[in-house]
Design a protein around this ligand. Sequence first.
Ligand code: SF4
Length: 493
Amino acid sequence: MTDAPAASQWDIGDDDHPHEECGVVGVWGSPDAAALTALGLHALQHRGQEAAGIVSLAPQGQFHAHKGRGLVGDNFSNAAVIAGLPGHAALGHNRYATTGETALRNVQPLYADFEFGGFAVAHNGNLTNAHVLKRALVRRGCLFQSTTDSEVFIHLIAISLYSTVMDRLIDALKQVQGAYSLVALHNGALIGARDPLGVRPLVLGKLAAGGFVLSSETCGLDIVGADFVRDVEPGEIVLIDDAGVRSIRPFARPASPRFCIFEYIYFARPDSIVEGTPVYDTRKRIGAELARESGVAADVIVPVPDSGVPAAMGYAAEAGIPFELGIIRNHYVGRTFIEPTDQIRNLGVKLKHSANRSMIEGKRVVLVDDSIVRGTTSRKIVEMVRQAGATEVHMRISSPPTTHSCFYGIDTPERSKLLAAKHDVAEMARIIGADSLGFISLDGLYRALGRPGRDAAAPAYCDACFTGDYAIPLLDQQDNSERPLPLLQVANR
Ligand code: SF4
């Protein structure tokens, strides 16, 4: 049996959650397309903080691009930058890089000149056959410019023998496996596409002044005043031009779509409506279900901020126990560097979270968090709450145990580093130092989403990180031939 990593391994910048997986925005039919795209990216900042980029399409057909490392505000708050992105159409991308450098060449949208003109694409998700495809493409002479799996789309479109842009894109989509929500732009149209199982989100909105918006989440529509029209459906391509919106369905409708259930638990912004379901309400229902399943005598319910807040509210309401902000999060820490000394590393969690002693001292505390990945932060927080005077500390988690890695666009550690992959709940409680530990059950999670429970024959969601039930084949994982090729990392979103 191994314990959680020692304190000296803790990373100040690591909040020990699964990390987001990029956000995409596209605008068609507005003279302020680039500015609206920047605003949409700003609303989607939670989906990626490493880099941001926008490509715009000017009336004369030229494409303009601006990309940079850092936050949207770091790159697009200057009016001159927006003025340098003219046109009635634009698309943008927030990047979360999981491994390797955040080199500028990896920052999306990606752009290429084809015989039919310019083409830009931004991708949220992760392809599961990118290694296999890249090897074949390199052998055909394709020269990759980045280390992103998304560049595979560009080369597949380039070599396609079809004549129209749409047919080439469909040709490319039929060769890739994995999770993708795409926005793409060429001279004639803005395009949105979701993978056949609809793992990652993408919504369509309409601007009051005319024009359309594609966004990873509805919060990207709200910020620009666009009305929600509908979700882009699994396996659907929407083509948006001056004639309006057309739907193309190159794939059969899936019998059982597999939208990422973790979007409801943690990833999506709480004010977003995802697949017709408000995220905030859902998190409260998950918390209530968690209280029914694993209630414990306590004096106060305390969320681990920020993502644990709605679930803790639902838990407290169901349990009839006061809800208090017993932990305060410093929102200005950001992703910080890793100091070289153990002493500084040990400050880790305290840089982000502080115990609110007056709400904790002398009380039996239930901490509510959304997930445990390695357990490092949970252990620190439990210890911090005890040091603030809690008489008991019980941890409740609004997701089932994370036992498997995600290969569909969420940054999770390899399986051997997942605490729940190696330990049962009692062992995990001991490792994080809690008096008790409880996770919502898989059926309970599905009930909170309005289902009778998980139908093993046809689960309504992707839940592979809790079950190992990977609905999309992990072809790169099974590929034993000569890999990796230079530069390829299937880590880009
Ligand atoms: S494996 Fe987990 S995080 Fe990844 S898409 Fe599926 S539910 Fe979401």
